[in-house]
Design a protein around this ligand. Structure first.
Ligand code: NDP
Ligand code: 3PY
Length: 319
């Protein structure tokens, strides 16, 4: 009952699987040696995050594989349909990281609204004369309260974003392919709660009316969802956050929109080229950056580990 966690696994998952008699291997096997390793060690379960690719070649060459697990949501790195056709179970952890991604959205929003991404870069470099100049250049910060946030993709993460936004006193508008009305329960620390129903609207309306836009759709097959024509529809001075997938925004169009001041600031957790985003994106003073760490909190990783362990035990009927 060997499990290879090729991109690592939280201790919660390792402990839970080990208690049930699984052997969990956390050694990182290179992509080129992966099929041989799986065969040699008779691995039945392969767990990955986003780094390891589980394509047709691995699936075809590894008859011992019964489960492929993704610690996370997007399964872009796995040939899911092909694996399922071959009778392999493919699992992921859809809700385990939603809160963490949503909180990162607000980290980027607050950062951009008060120029943190730029002051963090520049303050260590300036002397006292420039300090005063720098202070002046950060004078036009903005508040989030009372503004409109447009959520594109009102699934699990989009709804968490809505919860936080409502708590902050923001107006929420949303667009989604699938969700017509989202019923959002905002729970306060003292267990009181409010319910707010949000009817989704056509994308163009959301782009037109939002002060802040945040993207929570999966990787799109039809190319960029947000490119030059979409930036044109947006309000002047809008801000945009992408914690979904790199190719959802056209980065060249974004840079243009930032330089022309159409877009006030952007926050990016995901990039067209990962792990080597373009220099223009990395060095832009109006972009707040994180290296695809939306799900990288202790709490989310703990839930991901436990969820994978539970699903594996249930499929293999080991309790
Ligand atoms: N930065 C990070 O670390 C992380 C990033 N992610 C990314 O976030 C994405 C969203 O996650 P999550 O909220 O859990 O996913 P969900 O599936 O719960 O929600 C996504 C929603 O977006 C809708 N949608 C898809 N395409 C469009 C479109 N073109 N226009 C409008 N709505 C659309 C979907 O509808 P339908 O079901 O009809 O397609 C669905 O309702 C993931 O796919 C993943 O790529 C997730 C976790 C961590
Ligand atoms: O879960 C996801 O889809 C992520 O991008 C984080 O690994």
């Amino acid at each position: 009952m060997k499990v290879l966690a090729n991109d690592g696994l939280d201790q919660s998952g390792i402990d839970s699987l080990t208690e049930k008699g699984f052997e969990v291997i956390t050694k990182k096997v290179s992509q080129d040696s992966l099929a041989d390793y799986i065969n040699e060690h008779k691995i039945r379960t392969l767990l990955v995050r986003s780094a390891t690719q589980v394509r047709k070649d691995i699936i075809d060459h590894c008859p011992s594989l019964e489960i492929i697990g993704r610690g996370g949501v997007g399964m872009d790195n796995i040939d899911v349909d092909y694996a399922r056709e071959k009778g392999i179970h493919v699992i992921n952890t859809p809700s385990a990281s939603s809160e963490s991604v949503a909180e990162l959205v607000f980290a980027h929003l607050f950062s951009g609204a008060r120029f943190l991404q730029d002051s963090n870069r520049k303050m260590p470099l300036v002397g006292d004369v420039e300090f005063a100049k720098l202070k002046k250049s950060y004078a036009a910060g903005i508040e989030l309260r009372g503004k409109t946030i447009g959520i594109i993709g009102m699934g699990r993460i989009g709804q968490e974003v809505a919860r936080i936004a409502l708590g902050l006193g923001m107006r929420v508008v949303a667009a989604d392919n699938n969700v017509g009305r989202a019923s959002i329960k905002v729970k306060f620390y003292n267990n009181q709660f409010i319910n707010v129903d949000i009817e989704t609207e056509p994308l163009q309306q959301v782009l037109k009316h939002s002060d802040f836009i945040t993207l929570h759709v999966p990787a799109q097959k039809e190319g960029y969802m947000i490119g030059e024509p979409e930036f044109e529809i947006m309000k002047d001075g809008v801000a945009i956050i992408n914690c979904s997938r790199g190719g959802v925004i056209d980065e060249s169009a974004l840079i243009k929109a930032l330089d022309s001041e159409k877009v006030r600031f952007a926050g990016l957790d995901v990039f067209i080229n990962e792990p080597t985003p373009s220099k223009e994106v990395l060095n832009h003073s109006k972009i707040s950056l994180t290296p695809h760490t939306g799900a990288s909190t202790l709490e989310a990783q703990d839930r991901i580990g436990l969820s994978l362990a539970e699903q594996i035990s249930s499929i293999l009927q080991i309790h």
